[in-house]
Design a protein around this ligand. Structure first.
Ligand code: CTP
Length: 214
């Protein structure tokens, strides 16, 4: 079996500040990323988890770096990526953040409020652009329609080796916040492998095994 020196995984949501007491986030529980880190720790010398705010215990033998915003996650991932031989970007990174962060708590007024949002960095794309030979890079694609087509175009756009496509259109396929998940993994050559609905822990073991055996 292939041996890995360092496996780097991101997990959970990000939080993008509006003011000192408010932020924009999403429903990611972090369960899939934490399960991947646990599975990875049995085959790597070192496993690093870069985690947004979640309510989960860090698996044994995993070094966890806690972050909040997409910008903090980008910094941690790019710092740690240098000597990683497998990187899996599982976090649900916010695509936008408030353009202005208010220093004091915002006061309400009678009318509507418009928040201006700006793009965050696409961390996976940056990792793909900086990818070294012998580095394996995998991302997730949460899709509601044209799942395989959209996932394949993400794989190409972000220079990935694997994309793990997730149908989030129906609750029966698991996903966000659930304990179960079902995915299809597509590789650079276009080969597809379907992983049926099962617990995120079992699925994580199957995903790691599949990538490692490649
Ligand atoms: N991702 C990232 N940085 C972002 C947004 C997403 O690294 N700012 C990563 C996610 O961790 C995931 C992959 O990109 O591994 C795909 O995320 P997804 O939200 O499905 O796709 P997007 O690239 O955001 O594309 P779109 O919103 O058009 O579906």
């Amino acid at each position: 079996m292939k041996h890995f020196k360092k496996i780097l995984i991101s997990a959970g949501p990000t939080r993008e500040k509006i003011d000192p007491v408010r932020f924009i986030t999403n429903r990611s529980s972090g369960k899939m990323g934490y399960a991947l880190a646990e599975a990875a720790s049995s085959i790597a010398d070192e496993t690093v988890l870069v985690s947004g705010p979640v309510n989960l215990d860090v698996p044994a033998n995993v070094r966890c770096i806690n972050v909040e915003s997409a910008a903090e996650m980008a910094r941690a991932m790019l710092d740690e990526a240098d000597n990683a031989d497998l990187i899996i970007m599982c976090a649900a990174v916010a695509d936008y953040r408030p353009k202005f962060v208010h220093e004091n708590k915002m006061k309400k007024s009678d009318g509507d409020l418009t928040l201006v949002l700006e793009r965050t960095e696409d961390i996976l794309k940056s990792l793909g652009a900086a990818k070294k030979t012998n580095q394996i890079l995998a991302g997730f694609a949460a899709e509601t329609n044209d799942i395989l087509q959209n996932a394949k175009s993400k794989l190409e756009r972000k220079n990935l080796d694997f994309i793990i496509a997730n149908d989030v259109s129906s609750s029966s396929s698991g996903g966000f916040g659930k304990d179960q998940n079902a995915v299809t993994i597509i590789d650079r050559s276009g080969r597809m492998e379907v992983f049926e609905l099962c617990s995120k822990k079992e699925l994580a073991e199957q995903i790691i095994e599949y990538i490692v055996s490649f």
